[in-house]
Design a protein around this ligand. Sequence first.
Ligand code: RAT
Ligand code: ZN
Length: 452
Amino acid sequence: MAAKASVTERAASAGVRVPEGELEGLRTTVRAAVLDQPVWDFHTHLYPPVFGTPLGGTSAAADPRGLMLWGVDELLTYHYLVAEVFRVVPARRLAYADFWRMTKREQADHVWKHLFVERSPISEACRGVITTLSRLGLDAPERDLEGYRRWFSEQDPDEQIDRVMELAGVTRITMTNAVFDDNERQRWLESPAAGSDGRFAGVLRFDPLVQDWPAAAERLAGWGYAVKAELDDACVAEARRFLREWIDRVAAIYCAVSLTPDFCFEGAGDRRTSSAVLARVVLPVLAERGLPFAMMIGAKRGLNPGLGDGGDGVGLADVASVGRLCAEFPQNRFFCTMLARENQHELCVVARKFGNLMPFGCWWFLNNPSLITEITRMRVELLGTSFIPQHSDARVLEQLIYKWEHSRELIADVLADKYADLASAGWRASDQEIRRDAGLFFQGNLARFLAN
Ligand code: RAT
Ligand code: ZN
């Protein structure tokens, strides 16, 4: 009788019966939980000062090829903005080569003039610069680029990292350590302290190993590993040695590749080289080390090479291949993000089938308000709390501020709706439960997936 009565009571409280004030209170709680939640940023291209920095600031010597990018000139020459400025001043008026010949400061002046001064900076990447400057206390309405430059040059890069992490609410930054990048590889080899900054976690990234084995083999051979284009047993053993050594060197918490949209894994017996490298080299080593493998799939490399990093496009990828990997390698764990909007639903469905798959982030061209809202909403509906909603992909330190502020707002709104719907269905999550769930989204799911 009692159970029947409570079902009736709950039914009676469904829909419009939750008082408006209570729903408002719930929304406020959800927003506060998300906005305050410390973040562990799953994927960035940021580095600590030990990797050198082109803008020395007050404490370091400027290192033109340094990897730690920070400051207003770097913010303005972010590749998202380079692509945007070439829409306004196209290559027929300013040749790509002429742009790349300019100094960083001249490039930044060009972007500032055409995207911020001569028209309003309403794109997401432009707005991001404004959010960032404002939160740093720089007066954006003044539009004083020289003044911003002066302020940055008076900062200490190491202290700037602390300041930015504090403002962004980020507690740990995950790097992308590209072993096939000569500049970066050299720095790891020469500086034993490279991985010692506790604010940063290392990730071994090796796209060519999977996407272009013959070229990768040539490089490995040059670095002293006995490998060749044909992947025989001896070669597999050497390639595994290479991976193990570099996983240790960067203290990688996972390994990662970006794969083009044509990436395909056909399952057991697949004879493609990329599949063989995965099946015989990468996944066995990761299983042995207990490390997950992150796949970022869908970037069409070099669609317009003139734009540099900004020249990549997007293509529809084969999500079924991800499912086959999860099925064939149940002892491995996979993080996955895809670049095409059209792949997002299928990726969620595959994630429902495989507990060893963790979808993450709204990547690159998807890192825009309308799409973050759409994708996050769908993921919550299909996966509940079991995904990583966002990563920053920041390349310039201060981008952490805007990327996280903008994303948090959107994720908070989606979750506020979901908890309100839940309340209408008859389940009022407590404040503590809401904070627990927010913790899963912003670091707990990552920590747990890394741990087992
Ligand atoms: O989003 C980006 O900044 C891209 O340029 C890529 O770095 C991409 O995120 C990648 O990691 O390959
Ligand atoms: Zn990236």
